[in-house]
Design a protein around this ligand. Structure first.
Ligand code: SF4
Length: 407
């Protein structure tokens, strides 16, 4: 049997309402939700029942070294519900000593008492979805919180960290939101640094189908930074964060020494992970499997797992491997890149074919290597920082072209 996954992602799909850029598998429950006793609690409890069933359905369980509770808005749950969830893993999988247990929190839906409740439940790392500190930009993005909610949340998180109640915490920002020009973005970065989070995730805005932003783009009513402005924003991010001691250990993630997210590295390293909950994607043995995004379908799927035994990708650890292009794509997100020779040697190509195909890949990447966007050092190949990381799409597209030709 291959090694069992040591990491688990848990999806809590509830949100108060859907933000204008978001296409995640979420269930908007409105502002009045009280997940334990009041409005929306029936929906939440029913979901948790199915989620628990799914967690228990895995046959070969192994103790976990990272757990990530994401969403949605997990902080909509009561600390007691989070505690039950963690205890479920503790009792059935085991949780390693020193495991990293992260939870996403939303500045508009938690307070200091909740924070301590979540810490008592076992959470030791928090990720705060700030997105921006500019109230106008937050409003335009459909967020429910304002700048003061973020600073207040950060104050609580920092205090908990300073008292060693948690191991780390992170702020999420979105780069290139509407109305976020150079000046606004600089203010966002400077404000973030004032709050001294040990970890910062910076995601580029993507316009996804079915979102309010997509409709506004189609109507020509959304003012987004152009390519040149986006590039300048990226350069600024790199300059400001690096000169403040943060290392860009992955395309979208910056950390002070000792604060890289262990859970996220599991995804990027291509090591297997479990995943539970509506719309979530697991990859226990290499092949990815995504659960239904719609509640009704997800519940039906969980029920079937019990009746007909598990979905093959969850149990069949034999003969499943990631395609080489996917391994390269995922590995290249990391600062250290990939050992390209090792990856190619893992293919079922004979020595001569491996050599020819590798030469073709280097030919495909020639201009990127010459211009310094890609760096080759020994057997490793990685994106330069910041230029290569910022233009990673072009480099990956050329690699996919190579893969289509040689495969
Ligand atoms: S809070 Fe997060 S998950 Fe929920 S709608 Fe907004 S962006 Fe999506």
């Amino acid at each position: 049997m291959n090694k069992l996954p040591r990491s688990a992602y848990v999806h809590i799909p509830f949100c108060h309402r859907r933000c204008f850029y978001c296409d995640f598998a979420v269930i908007p429950l409105g502002n009045k939700i009280d997940s334990l006793y009041g409005y929306g609690s029936k929906t939440v409890k029913e979901y948790l029942t199915f989620l628990n069933k799914e967690i228990l359905s895995i046959k070969h369980k192994s103790s976990l070294s990272t757990i990530y509770i994401g969403g949605g808005t997990p902080s909509i749950l009561n600390p007691l519900q989070i505690k039950d969830l963690i205890n479920l893993f503790k009792d059935n999988y085991g949780i390693d000593y020193g495991a990293e247990i992260t939870m996403e929190v939303d500045p508009a839906s938690f307070n200091e008492d909740d924070l301590h409740g979540f810490i008592n439940a076992g959470i030791n790392r928090f990720s705060l979805g700030a997105q921006s500190f500019n109230n106008k930009i937050l409003d335009q993005a459909g967020r429910r919180h304002y700048r003061d909610d973020i600073t207040q949340s950060c104050f609580w998180l920092k205090k908990a960290y300073d008292y060693s109640l948690i191991k780390s915490w992170s702020i999420d920002l979105i780069q290139n939101l509407p109305s976020s020009g150079f000046k606004e973005w600089q203010e966002d970065l400077e404000q973030t640094l004032k709050l001294s989070p040990p970890h910062i995730s910076i995601y580029d805005l993507n316009i996804e189908n079915g979102t309010v932003f997509k409709k506004l783009v189609d109507l020509g009513r959304l003012s987004l930074p152009n390519d040149n402005e986006s590039f300048k924003n990226s350069e600024l991010t790199n300059f400001i964060l690096k000169s403040s001691g943060y290392s860009r250990y992955e395309i979208s993630n910056y950390a002070l020494p000792g604060h890289q997210s262990r859970h996220n590295r599991v995804y990027w390293k291509g090591i297997g992970w479990w995943s539970f909950g509506q719309g979530s994607t697991s990859s226990p043995w290499g092949e990815k499997f995504t659960r239904p995004r719609i509640s009704k379908e997800y519940k039906k799927w969980v029920t079937n797992q019990w009746k007909i035994k598990l979905e093959p990708s969850l149990v069949n650890e034999e003969n499943i491997y990631k395609e080489l292009d996917e391994k390269i794509m995922i590995g290249m997100r990391l600062k250290e890149g990939v050992n390209i020779y090792k990856l190619v040697n893992e293919q079922n190509w004979d020595g001569k074919t491996s050599k020819i195909n590798l030469e073709k890949l280097f030919k495909q990447w020639e201009t990127f290597l010459e211009s310094g966007l890609l760096i080759k050092r020994g057997n490793r190949i990685f994106l330069s920082d910041p230029k290569g990381m910022d233009l990673s799409n072009q480099i990956l597209v050329s690699m996919f072209r190579w893969w289509e030709k040689v495969n």
